[in-house]
Design a protein around this ligand. Structure first.
Ligand SMILES: [Zn+2]
Length: 268
């Protein structure tokens, strides 16, 4: 476990992985499933509207104009797992969590009034893994089947992405590949980075979720007017240092525009 990625505190790794998802257009498009993506929220705290906890990932989408102009919101709980070169799986952040706790978090999002809730699992394989293995370890695939059955039964969505750490890209410090994570594209037509896709059924959003999205929409609008971002590439997150909502455009170095803090190193 000598790779740089493996030395990071788990939270930093998880954040790096999440930023990476938004840098990789095929991943963003796959998650949006044919809809127009407007903006994304990462680690959005429910304390903004008086609640507790936060949303790992919030997608603000819009259906194709010919169908409907209404905004669509999807909430995703992120679970990241590292797969070592010798095939050992190490869960990040919620290492002790079992499927039950994950389901509990998904239920919480639904209780908060989120209309579409999914689990997004990201597997990050150690540098060189796929040069030694044909596929993910059998027990990982079996666990994936179990989770799929469990979320499907409760009408949640399920998405799985596999990334491989590219040590050389990380070392080179090239900004375009700064996080050194490459998505493994599966076969199929068109080829997709998603190896599992189960879309959640859409229901009507309710408060307090709707209060939160109204607040975020206003914030995004103000930021667009101020020329700080534009729809389609906007990421909304909270700087934990200045306790303020901020917008990020990808390809910047992920620093807070207000206080200059390196967001990727912040813990929540
Ligand atoms: Zn800040």
């Amino acid at each position: 476990m000598s790779d740089i990625l493996y030395k990071f505190e788990s939270q930093f790794r998880e954040k790096r992985i999440l930023w990476r998802v938004f840098e990789l257009a095929p991943l963003r498009y796959s998650l949006a499933r044919g809809r127009i993506f407007r903006w994304f929220g990462i680690n959005i705290p429910f304390s903004l509207v008086g609640g507790e906890g936060d949303i790992d990932l919030l997608m603000a989408l819009r259906d194709l104009p010919v169908r409907n102009f209404a905004n669509i919101y999807e909430t995703l709980e992120l679970k990241t797992t590292l797969i070592s070169r010798d095939g050992r799986a190490i869960s990040l952040k919620r290492s002790a969590s079992k499927a039950k706790q994950l389901i509990g978090q998904l239920k919480k999002y639904r209780e908060w009034g989120s209309p579409s809730v999914s689990l997004l699992e990201i597997y990050v394989c150690q540098h060189g893994f796929f040069e030694h293995h044909q596929s993910l370890p059998r027990e990982v695939l079996a666990a994936m089947d179990d989770k799929l059955a469990s979320v499907a039964e409760r009408e949640f969505g399920y998405f799985v992405v596999v990334l491989q750490h590219n040590q050389n890209a990380e070392r080179s410090g090239d900004l375009s590949d700064y996080f050194g994570l490459r998505a493994l594209i599966t076969g199929g037509n068109p080829p997709t980075p998603m190896i599992q896709r189960l879309a959640p059924p859409a229901t009507e959003p309710r408060a307090p979720f709707t209060v939160l999205t109204t607040l975020l929409e206003k914030f995004v609008e103000q930021q667009i007017e101020a020329g700080r971002t534009k729809l389609g590439s906007c990421i909304v997150t909270l700087c934990t240092r200045c306790r303020k909502l901020i917008v990020l455009d990808h390809r910047n170095d992920y620093r807070c525009g207000q206080c200059g803090d390196a967001l990727v190193m912040q813990t929540t």
